[in-house]
Every structure is written in structure tokens, then in C-alpha cells.
Write a protein that binds this ligand. Structure first.
Ligand code: NDP
Ligand code: MG
Length: 387
């Protein structure tokens, strides 16, 4: 029922700002309870002035005074700083839905807090399900909360499953754009630059996920995300490259029937669906026309040139803390690539070596995940230094 009170974590990012566009375009349906940024104080202040939330959190504590001073004339908005405050705000009882739009492992603890507090989760932060899928899905069941995907592929599958609760899934097919380097050989990938990797053909996203899309790690993370969201065995998940990004993913049922969801590549639709669920809200987003896309094409992913996809499947099969290791090593590798410290192909080397070196745990607790993340970052940084 509306209005829904939304806490938006990572409000200054690509998903965060588009979520605010959605909220702005649906007057009367949503109110904003809390907003958070990591270091972009300026945009956070501007958003706080417009949406007048009960709280804002700036991750970088050095920027607390700036935000506090700027919002001094707005006493209804409490200003907080740091990672612990972010987790606290995620669990406050003045929100209905928590949209997790922060990037990376930093999403884990706030998401755990929000679930424990009984919040509906609109999940953009896929890393949380990659790192601790078993733990998160157990918590979701235990607390009886809704967990609705924002990721476009998973939103597609989720939408295809509405009304199919009685019908087992035979398999799902995740579509992948292939990114800017689709068709490149290993030799070519060895030469690609940061600037080329940051130019995605179909989507305008934050830097980390854009690099993940170029390296196919994003699809690997999405495979693991899908396993947990839809309770699938590993052999029920397939990936197909679809460069136009119109078919957002498919489900195949036991009678062989395939259902897909289609649309223009625009994250506002899956964001709106997750926030509005179970209701579809009317909007004026641009509509898809087949005449603009006379050819929709599909091809096999090249897993020998793009090793990350295979590494993600391998981490998923090993289970336990292996996906957590994969994720942490990848975060360090992507950050190093963005600082020009390692080349494009070396990102997979860092991930592969980290998987081999960090101690394996078959049934990790939340503390074990925190420890694994910490340990992996240390080892991955070492590997970056040697590269
Ligand atoms: P961005 O980099 O654009 O934004 C990230 C947001 O998180 C910003 O608000 C940023 O604050 C904040 N943030 C950064 N680091 C931290 C931290 N350590 N702790 C808390 N908050 C932090 O990312 P995207 O919006 O592209 O992606 C967000 C999530 O959504 C990711 O998990 C991504 O995989 C997922 N996603 C994104 C899609 C997209 O189209 N962008 C599509 C599908 C999934 P600041 O601005 O101050 O740095
Ligand atoms: Mg996606």
C-alpha cells in the first residue's frame, strides 16, 4: 500500500539517482526516510534539501561537519557518519522498504540489519547475495521479509515467475550484453585501456559494475545472485550473450515453455517494479519498438577469453566462503585496474590466485564472512603489488 516509506542507501550513485527520479515521477506514492552517500557530500546535501528525509548518512566521516553545517537549517534531518551509522539507519523502524544501491561488500551488514528489522528489501547491491547468499536467504525466510531484485536480469525472471508459484523452474537463462569487448581475443584484451573498459555500449552505470560488465565478472556475480534469489541448483543457470540488451532474461518451465521479459535497457523500470511490487505503476518512460530493433541476436559467451565467468561458476560450485573470496578479490582487482596498477587480464589472475590462497570454510557464519573479506583483501593487495 502507498505511500511507501523508502530508505535509499547509496543515493548518490547511478541506481540511487535513478531511484530518486522514479520517486520524483510518482508523486504521493513514496516518501524518503533516509539517504546515504560514501563521499559525495555535495549531492547528498542537495538530495536531502529536496526530499527532507529523517536521516542522512555520509560514509566518509571527514565530511560529517560539511553535511551537518549545510543542513543546519533543516532540523528534521538527522546527520550521521560512518559505516556503523549506515547499518543503524538501515534497521530503523520508520521505513517500509530499504533499497540497497551502495556498491560492493559494504552492502552486507546494512542489508543484514534491514532484514533483521523486518524491512522489505529492494536489492540492487548484488554483492551482498554473492558474498553471503545462504545466510541472507535464511534470514529472509526467518524474518518473513520480501526481497525484490533490482538487477534487470533478475527483475525479468522475477516478473516471469509471478503467477507461477506452483510450477518448478527447469532452468533460467541470463542474458549478457557481452560488454565493450565482445568478440575480442585474449591478445586484444591484454591491450585494452581503462577508458575503453569504462564505455559500456548499452548501460550507463557506476565504475565498478561497468568494469565488471566488460570483464564478464558482472554476469558471474549475477549467476550466483540468481542461484540464491530463485533457489536454483548450479546446473539450472545458463548465460547467453545478447548484445542488444532487450531480452532481459528468461525462465524455462518443466513443459519446455520459455518466458522472457523485454524492454529498453533502462534501470528505472526494474527499480520502479521493485519499489512498487506487487503493483505495476503507470509511467512515461520511453517505450520499446521492434522496428527500432529489427535484429535481436544471441551467441555463446567466450569463457576462454573472459575467464571471470568460469571463475564465478567455480566459486559457486565450491560454495562456502568461495564466492565471498571471489567478490573481495574482484573488488581489489577492479580498484587496481581503475588506478592503472594492473592490466585487464590480470584482474582474473588476482581472483584466481586469491581463490587458491584464502582458507576455505564450508559453512561460514557472518563473522567468518567479515574475516574472509578482510583476509582476501590483504592477499589480493599483495598479488596486485607483485603483478
Ligand atoms: P555507483 O558507484 O554509481 O554508486 C554507488 C553508491 O554507493 C554511491 O551512492 C556511493 O557513494 C555509495 N558507496 C560507495 N562506496 C560505499 C561504501 N564503501 N559504503 C557505503 N556506500 C558506498 O554504483 P551503481 O549505482 O552503479 O551500483 C550500485 C549497486 O547496484 C552495485 O551493487 C551494482 O552492482 C548494482 N547494480 C547497478 C546497476 C546499474 O545500472 N548501475 C545495474 C544492476 C545492479 P558516493 O557517490 O559518495 O561515492
Ligand atoms: Mg544486471
Amino acid at each position: 500500500s502507498f505511500p511507501k516509506r523508502v530508505t535509499l542507501l547509496g543515493s548518490t550513485g547511478s541506481i540511487g539517482t535513478q531511484a530518486l527520479d522514479v520517486i520524483r515521477s510518482q508523486p504521493g506514492r513514496f516518501t524518503v526516510t533516509a539517504l546515504s552517500a560514501h563521499s559525495n557530500a555535495e549531492l547528498l546535501i542537495q538530495q536531502a534539501r529536496e526530499f527532507r528525509p529523517a536521516a542522512v548518512v555520509i560514509g566518509d566521516e571527514a565530511k560529517y561537519e560539511t553535511v551537518k553545517a549545510a543542513l543546519a537549517s533543516q532540523p528534521e534531518t538527522e546527520v550521521l557518519a560512518g559505516a556503523a551509522a549506515l547499518a543503524d539507519v538501515a534497521g530503523r523502524d520508520d521505513a517500509d522498504v530499504v533499497l540497497t544501491a551502495m556498491v560492493g561488500y559494504a552492502g552486507l551488514l546494512p542489508t543484514v540489519r534491514a532484514i533483521r528489522a523486518g524491512k522489505t528489501i529492494a536489492l540492487a547491491n548484488k554483492e551482498t547475495l554473492v558474498v553471503a547468499g545462504q545466510l541472507i536467504t535464511d534470514l529472509v525466510k526467518q524474518h518473513g521479509v520480501g526481497l525484490y531484485p533490482v538487477d534487470s536480469e533478475h527483475s525479468a525472471i522475477f516478473q516471469c515467475l509471478v503467477g507461477e508459484e506452483q510450477n518448478p523452474i527447469e532452468k533460467i537463462i541470463l542474458t549478457a550484453s557481452g560488454g565493450p569487448f565482445r568478440g575480442c581475443s585474449r591478445e586484444q584484451l591484454a591491450q585494452v585501456t581503462k577508458a575503453q573498459a569504462l564505455k559500456h555500449p548499452n548501460w550507463d552505470m557506476g565504475a565498478k559494475i561497468t568494469i565488471d560488465s566488460a570483464s564478464l565478472m558482472n554476469k558471474g556475480l549475477e549467476v550466483i545472485e540468481a542461484k540464491w534469489l530463485f533457489d536454483l541448483r548450479n546446473d539450472q543457470i545458463e548465460v547467453i550473450v545478447h548484445p542488444q540488451s532487450i531480452v532481459h532474461s528468461l525462465v524455462q518451465f518443466e513443459d519446455g515453455s520459455l518466458k522472457a521479459q523485454l524492454g529498453l535497457p533502462d534501470m528505472k523500470l526494474p527499480i520502479q517494479y521493485a519499489l512498487g511490487y506487487p503493483q505495476r505503476l503507470p509511467n512515461t518512460f520511453p517505450r520499446f519498438s521492434f522496428l527500432d530493433y529489427p535484429k535481436l541476436t544471441f551467441e555463446q559467451a567466450d569463457t576462454s577469453a573472459f575467464r571471470n565467468l568460469g571463475l564465478a561458476f567455480e566459486a559457486m560450485s565450491r560454495a562456502g566462503n568461495a564466492p565471498c573470496i571471489l567478490n573481495a578479490a574482484n573488488e581489489i582487482a577492479v580498484a587496481a585496474f581503475l588506478r592503472d596498477e594492473i592490466g585487464f587480464l590480470q584482474m582474473s589472475d588476482v581472483v584466481e590466485s586469491s581463490l587458491a590462497r584464502v582458507s576455505y570454510l564450508a559453512t561460514p557464519t557472518l563473522d567468518d564472512y567479515v574475516q574472509t573479506d578482510y583476509e582476501t583483501r590483504r592477499i589480493a593487495r599483495e598479488l596486485v603489488g607483485q603483478a
